[in-house]
Design a binder for this molecule. Structure first.
Ligand code: SF4
Length: 471
C-alpha cells in the first residue's frame, strides 16, 4: 500500500471527527468517500484543498508542481490577507508539459526550487504535488529532501494530488504536511502562559484582525494561526502553545487532535461568528488557559471585556433591529457557519427559514437544533431548481450563500449576500456581526429590487401574454 493511500485511509477514519464517531465500525472502515456526480462541479480537488489551507502562510513560496492550469485554478481563490509579506500571492509553478510526462519532472522541480531560492530566498518553500507528476511517479518528497539539504532552506512536500479525493480531504492532507515537516522544528523566541494556536482561521478578508485585538487586550498571545496571516517560523514553533481553538472543525481537526496528543495542547471547537459565540470563545479560552498556568484573574478580565464589547455591538445593531426584525433568511452555507451565523441573525430578530448542513458535522447539527429548537429547517441538499422555487415563491426575503448560487437568487430577483470564502467583508468578532447585519440591510433595502420586479416595458405591450404562450 502506498504511503499516500495509508495517509488517506488514516484521515478517513479520523477519531477526532464527530461524524466518524457516529458511524458503525463497518461504515467507518468505508471512509468518507462520496461518489461525485458526473458533470457536476466537484467543489475543488484535494490539491485545491491543500492549497487553500496552506496558502495563507504568507512568507513562504507556494510552488505547484504540475501543469500551469492547476495553479491557475487555485491561485488566490480566497481573499486571505497578509499584514506583511506578499510572496504567498505569487503563483509559482513548474508548468509541466508533454516532454516532462515522457522524461519525468523531477529535474524541472529541482531547478524551480533553486530559482525561487536564488530570486526571492523565502524562509521555506511548499511544493504541491498534483495529479500529473503523481501519475508519472515523480519522487517529489525525494526532490524536496535533496533540495533542503543542498540549499539549507526547508522545502516542504505537500502530497495531495487532485485525484486523492475531495477538497476537504486536501485540507487535511495539507495539515499533515505541516505536522510531518514544520510543527516542532523551531523554538519560539520566548513563551508565555497565555500562548494559544488558532486552528482553521484563514484571515479571509482580514477577519483575524477583528479578533486579535481582543486577545491582545487580555494578554493572550496568538502564537500561531493555521494558517491565516501566518509566518513559517510561527507554525514551526506552535508546539509550545498552551491551548488551542479549533475554528473550522471539518478542515483541520487532524492538526488539533494530533497536537493535543503529541504536545499536550488541549483544544475546543469555537466560532468567531456571532456575539454569543465570540463571547463564548473568550470565556472558554480564558478558563482553559488558567488551568494551564495563566494568571487567575484572566476570566474576570475576559468578562469585563465581553460586557464592554457586547454593549458596544448591541448599541451599533440597534438601528438595524426594527428594519430587519421578522425578515426571513435562507442560509446556504455549511460547516460551522450553519449554526454560528444562525445565532448571529436571530440576535437581531431575523427568522431562519432554512440552513444547509453541507460539510457539517454531527456536532454542527446538534448545535443547530440547540439554537433553533428544532431540526425542521435543516436540509442536506438544495438543488438549484428547488432553491429557485423557494425564492420565487417568496419563502425567503434574502439568501446568504457562496458565489456559485448567487445567480439563482438574482434570477429569482431576491436579495443575496456573499457569505463564503469569496466574500469581501469581514464578519468575525463583534465588529463582524455589525458588518454582516449592515450588508444584509444594504441588500434588502437596495432600490434595485423594486425596479427589477416591475414588468419589463415589452411585457406591458398588448398581446404579450398570448405571444409568449404561442411560442
Ligand atoms: S484535479 Fe488534478 S489536474 Fe485538476 S486541478 Fe486538481 S491537481 Fe490539477
Amino acid at each position: 500500500m502506498s504511503a499516500l493511500k495509508q495517509r488517506i485511509d488514516s484521515l478517513l477514519v479520523e477519531p477526532g471527527c464527530a461524524t466518524n464517531q457516529a458511524k458503525s465500525d463497518k461504515a467507518r472502515k468505508e471512509g468518507c468517500k462520496k461518489p461525485l456526480t458526473p458533470g457536476a462541479a466537484a467543489g475543488g480537488c484535494a490539491f485545491d484543498g491543500a492549497k487553500i489551507a496552506l496558502q495563507p502562510v504568507v512568507d513562504v513560496a507556494h510552488l505547484v508542481h504540475g501543469p500551469i492550469a492547476c495553479e491557475g485554478n487555485s491561485w488566490d481563490s480566497r481573499h486571505v490577507y497578509s499584514s506583511g509579506p506578499q510572496i504567498y500571492r505569487t503563483g509559482f509553478t513548474t508548468d509541466m508539459a508533454e516532454f516532462d510526462v515522457i522524461y519525468g519532472g523531477e529535474k524541472r522541480l529541482y531547478r524551480a526550487i533553486k530559482e525561487i531560492i536564488d530570486k526571492v530566498n523565502p524562509p521555506a518553500i511548499f511544493v504541491y504535488q498534483t495529479c500529473l507528476p503523481a501519475m508519472i511517479g515523480d519522487d517529489v518528497e525525494g526532490v524536496c529532501k535533496a533540495a533542503s539539504a543542498k540549499f539549507g532552506t526547508p522545502v516542504i512536500p505537500v502530497n495531495a494530488p487532485g485525484f486523492a479525493g475531495s477538497k476537504n480531504l486536501g485540507n487535511k492532507l495539507g495539515g499533515e504536511a505541516l505536522l510531518d515537516h514544520v510543527v516542532g522544528t523551531l523554538e519560539p523566541e520566548y513563551t508565555t502562559d497565555c500562548d494559544i494556536n488558532l486552528i482553521g482561521e484563514y484571515n479571509v478578508v482580514g477577519e483575524f484582525w477583528q479578533v486579535k485585538p481582543l486577545f491582545d487586550e487580555l494578554g493572550i498571545r496568538v502564537l500561531a494561526t493555521f494558517c491565516g496571516d501566518a509566518r513559517y517560523r510561527d507554525i514551526a514553533g506552535s508546539h509550545r502553545a498552551k491551548a488551542a481553538i479549533m475554528l473550522c472543525s471539518q478542515a483541520l481537526i487532524n492538526i488539533a487532535r494530533k497536537m493535543d496528543e503529541r504536545y499536550d495542547i488541549p483544544f475546543f471547537e469555537g466560532s468567531f461568528y456571532g456575539i454569543a459565540d465570540m463571547s463564548d470563545c473568550l470565556r472558554r479560552i480564558s478558563r482553559l488557559l488558567v488551568e494551564r498556568g495563566a494568571p487567575a484573574d484572566l476570566p474576570a478580565r475576559a468578562e469585563a471585556l465581553i460586557a464592554r464589547e457586547e454593549a458596544r455591538a448591541w448599541a451599533r445593531l440597534e438601528k438595524y433591529r426594527a428594519r430587519l426584525a421578522g425578515k426571513r433568511v435562507l442560509l446556504f452555507t455549511g460547516g460551522v457557519k450553519s449554526w454560528s451565523v444562525v445565532s448571529a441573525l436571530q440576535e437581531v430578530g431575523m427568522e431562519i427559514v432554512g440552513t444547509s448542513m453541507r460539510k457539517s458535522t454531527q456536532s454542527d447539527r446538534a448545535k443547530v437544533v440547540e439554537i433553533m429548537g428544532t431540526d425542521a429547517h435543516m436540509f442536506d441538499e438544495l438543488p438549484p431548481r428547488e432553491m429557485y422555487r423557494m425564492l420565487k415563491e417568496s419563502q425567503a426575503d434574502v439568501m446568504l450563500s457562496g458565489g456559485r448560487s448567487q445567480f439563482v437568487a438574482l434570477k429569482a430577483k431576491t436579495p443575496w449576500v456573499e457569505i463564503n470564502q469569496e466574500r469581501h467583508h469581514a464578519y468575525a468578532g463583534y465588529d463582524g456581526v455589525v458588518n454582516l447585519v449592515a450588508e444584509i440591510d444594504k441588500a434588502l433595502y437596495n432600490p434595485i429590487w423594486s425596479q427589477v420586479r416591475q414588468p419589463a416595458p415589452w411585457e406591458l405591450t398588448e398581446g404579450w401574454g398570448e405571444r409568449v404562450a404561442a411560442e
